[in-house]
Design a protein around this ligand. Structure first.
Ligand code: ASP
Length: 607
């Protein structure tokens, strides 16, 4: 090895040792006759001192060094002179006095700073991914990711789970997204699909008698991307036989409690994990993935709105809408501009507007609140008793701001959920060092797709309906609740799962409601339906998203910061330049001809 010691590990206990280090020049400073370099490797940084009087050759070599050059240094560890220690660096008590220095490879000046965590244009960051990954924050993220995955593997192995690989070239397994397809050379006009998840495969492993399966599985979904989505992502895919919902939730709670406590012990974890039904989540937070690091629960004012003098609210209620809101603590005196921003946010979620009521000053009592102390453009339409009752329901105190949205339930909830998240951030309530996992249960089995006028699976078509709701299946699909559950964390959905159907007849009924003819169901899912006839055990599972969990634990806002080689928001790989055109010969072999759409430019995307 060209090195015998990692830079970031040196402490006072190493003083006097001779070490061989190798790494990158992080920074170089010339202090009138003495050269300092910060030498960086994966483990961290240490300061190296080049003094011409005791190592003239090394000093001459150091004179030529520039940032990101790769060097190998031999030297002695010394205590730093008093007053020059750097307490913010783990190696800040010591420095290495260089005796010899060898240049292993020079570097062109990098296109952005590696030694500072400054903002870098996304295109540049992805094009030079191998340089961006040199940044210490990214290296810590990848290390954390490694430790998370290793922890999961060990933890599950110790509990009798087997890791089994499933194919990447397979047949469409629907998770509600578009498939990535791979053309078959041997069978013209036929395609493999990349798995949206190994869902059916893990169910077949249960039929095969494996009982406890997991896999760190790559999944592929061709859908519109957001900051918390990538076209390919990694799941902890898990399935168990002979289990009920509670068993899977308890397993997850114990895995993620141990994981956070052991892998990220500096985080504050809420225990036990709160559990709420889908209906409760929507009622209290307006979303099925609430951030439970803070309260600010929504309250329902629909009955009060029905009786108030505010025409807009009364009309919404008459048309079957709802009026809901929440209290932002201590926000009554916020500047007007901030209310305007909140109104814009509410409108971006489809709300027609935002009503705010500023409730007097802190220190007053709610009961003694007078109409003059309520500041709002619509205050005159409400009696003071109505205002007090709304405040009571929202848990508001004088000095708080009530934020109220009225309209059709889905948009009202969506707008209030966005406002609540925004207020959590503005008021500093979303503490990055706190981790709050929660389970959301009792999702509806189906959702109505109004555009296409058909029922869709809320989770996926293999999810079991609740036994007590089975009689409603054909009669009232919208009221059927499922045995599906989600795990959420700090406002992100981090896992979904369910108890599955293991009986051919029920599975066929579901396919029928989803609009598959018996022939189509047979063609697409015949393998699974048939397997259910050979003694399929009751089974269920879940699939936590590794990228999202690492993102939350690393306090990052984008998945791209925890994936080594991510794609852009428009699904491009800027380092390799993918997707790219292929040769005529390759197309011919695959029996493909490209028909360029008139609306899109031909050729590969610009990089
Ligand atoms: N296959 C599901 C998904 O990817 C997870 C599961 O039901 O286990 O969301």
């Amino acid at each position: 090895m060209l090195k015998d010691t990692d830079c970031g590990t040196l402490t006072l206990s190493d003083v006097g040792r001779q070490v061989a280090l190798a790494g990158w020049v992080h920074r170089r400073r010339d202090h009138g006759g003495i050269i300092f370099i910060d030498l960086r490797d994966r483990s961290g940084i240490v300061q190296v001192v080049f003094n011409p009087s005791y190592a003239p050759d090394a000093y001459r070599t150091a004179d030529a060094l520039r940032n990101e050059w790769v060097v190998c240094i031999r030297g002695r560890v010394e205590r730093r002179p008093p007053g020059t220690e750097n307490p913010s660096l783990p190696t800040g008590q010591v420095e290495v006095h260089a005796l010899a220095c060898q240049i292993l490879n020079p570097s062109r000046p990098p296109p952005f700073y590696i030694n500072e965590d400054t903002e870098v244009d996304e295109a540049l960051r992805l094009r030079y991914r191998y340089l961006y990954l040199r940044r210490q924050r990214l290296q810590r993220n990848l290390e954390l990711r490694h430790r998370v995955v290793k922890f999961i593997r060990d933890w599950l192995s110790a509990r009798g789970f087997w890791e089994v690989e499933t194919p990447i070239l397979t047949k469409s397994t629907p998770e509600g997204a578009r498939d990535y397809l791979v053309p078959s050379r041997l069978y013209p006009g036929c395609f493999y699909a990349l798995p949206q998840s190994p869902q059916q495969l893990k169910q077949l492993l249960m039929v095969a008698g494996l009982e406890r399966y997991f896999q760190i599985a790559r999944c592929f979904r061709d859908e519109d991307l957001r900051a918390d989505r990538q076209p390919e992502f990694t799941q902890l895919d898990l399935e168990m036989s002979f289990v009920e919902e509670e068993d899977i939730l308890n397993l997850m709670e114990s895995l993620f409690t141990d994981l956070v406590e052991q892998v990220t012990p500096h985080k504050r974890l809420r225990k036990p994990f709160p559990r709420l039904t889908y209906a409760e989540a929507i009622a209290k937070y307006g979303t099925d993935k609430p951030d439970l690091r803070f309260g600010m629960e929504l309250a329902d004012f629909t009955d009060i709105a029905r009786q108030c003098q505010f025409e807009v609210f009364r009309r919404v209620v008459q048309q079957g809408g709802v009026v809901k809101g929440f209290a932002a603590p201590g926000y009554a005196d916020c500047p007007r501009r901030q209310i305007e921003e909140l109104t814009t946010l509410a409108k971006s979620k489809g709300a027609t507007g935002l009503v705010t009521l500023a409730l007097g000053q802190p220190g007053l009592s709610l009961e003694a609140l007078t109409p003059e102390q309520v500041r709002s453009a619509v205050a005159r339409h409400f009696t003071i008793e109505q205002v007090q009752e709304m405040a009571r329901r929202a848990g508001a105190r004088p000095g708080d701001l009530l934020l109220i949205v009225a309209g059709e339930p889905a948009t009202t909830n969506a707008a209030l959920s966005a406002l609540r998240t925004e207020m959590g951030a503005r008021l500093g309530l979303a503490d990055p060092n706190q981790v709050v996992f929660a389970f959301v249960t009792q999702f509806p089995l189906f959702e109505w797709n109004a555009e296409e006028r058909r029922w869709e699976s809320a989770h996926h078509p293999f999810t079991a309906p609740r036994d007590e709701d089975l009689p409603l299946l054909e009669a009232d699909p919208g009221r059927v609740r499922s045995k599906a559950y989600d795990m959420v964390c700090n406002g992100y959905e981090v896992a979904s799962g369910s108890i599955r159907i293991h009986n051919r007849e029920v599975q066929e009924r579901i396919f029928r409601i989803l609009g598959y003819s018996p022939e189509e169901a047979q063609k697409r899912f015949g393998h699974l339906l048939e397997a259910f006839e050979y003694g399929a055990p009751p089974h269920g599972g879940i699939a936590p998203g590794i990228d999202r969990i690492v993102m939350v634990l690393a306090n990052e806002a984008s998945l791209r910061e925890v994936i080594a080689f991510p794609k852009t928001q428009s699904a491009q790989d800027l380092l390799f330049g993918a997707p790219s055109e292929v040769s005529e010969k390759q197309l011919r072999e695959l029996h493909l001809a490209v028909v360029h759409p008139e609306t899109a430019p031909s050729g590969p995307p610009p990089s």
